[in-house]
Structure formats: C-alpha cells, structure tokens
Design a protein around this ligand. Structure first.
Ligand code: 5GP
Ligand code: ZN
Length: 110
C-alpha cells in the first residue's frame, strides 16, 4: 500500500533499523520503544491486521522470524504482542508482531 509506513520500511523506501530479514518478513526496531528491546516483525506484503492474514505459510514465517530475531539479539525471555483493531491498541494498520524484552513485564496487561 502506497501510503503505509510499514510497507515503505519493508520496501526500504524509508529507513529503519532492520535486525532480521527473511524472504517475506522484515524485523526492525520500534521508533518509540516500550522496553529496552522493542522489535516489530512485519510481513513485506500489506495485510491490514491479523484478521486479513490468509497465508498459513506466511504465518509460520512470521513466527519463525520472531524466534530467529530473538536468537540473533541473544534474548531468551520476551513478550510478543499482536494488537488487532483500535480498541486493542493497533495504531499502524499493517500487521506486525511486537517483541518486547529487557525489563519485567506485568501480567495481565492493561
Ligand atoms: P501498534 O500500536 O499499531 O500495535 O504499534 C505500532 C508501533 O509502530 C508503535 O509501537 C510505534 O512506536 C511504531 N511505529 C510507528 N511509526 C513508526 C516508524 O515510522 N518507524 C518505526 N520503526 N516504528 C514506528
Ligand atoms: Zn503496509
């Protein structure tokens, strides 16, 4: 999608601190980190949210990218979050998985 910020990052049209990449997935540092480590894992193809993800292989590639990113960054304990829809906290409508690490996390989340 032309105006989508994460499409632009995935296409390298605008810069981001990329930490991991596979054929269909990019992982980069969040611009406004909520933990010492805060990574966003996104499909290179535009999907508005989890509700639109219709590709099981890509779903696997996304989860595998989470694991590989954590491994690459040397983090063994982390939280993953997928916000789906406004009330769930989604602000960027290009599917992404948050990886948060480096501090104690509360459960249940707010
Ligand atoms: P959401 O609230 O949609 O689950 O998460 C969106 C995340 O994208 C936020 O944590 C926000 O800081 C991050 N973000 C928004 N715009 C940019 C950007 O241009 N670059 C990067 N690296 N992260 C961004
Ligand atoms: Zn997009």
């Amino acid at each position: 999608m032309e105006e989508c910020i994460f499409c632009k990052i995935a296409n390298k049209a605008i810069p981001a601190k990329v930490v991991y990449e596979s054929e269909n997935v990019t992982a980069f540092r969040d611009i406004n980190p909520q933990a010492p480590v805060h990574i966003l894992v996104v499909p290179k193809k535009h999907y508005e949210s989890m509700n639109d993800l219709d590709d099981i292989l890509l779903a696997g590639e996304l989860l595998n990218a989470v694991k590989e990113t954590a491994k690459k960054l040397g983090i063994q304990e982390y939280r993953t979050v997928i916000n789906t829809g406004k009330s769930a906290g989604q602000e960027v409508f290009h599917l992404h998985i948050h990886i948060l690490a480096g501090r104690d996390m509360k459960w249940p989340p707010g």
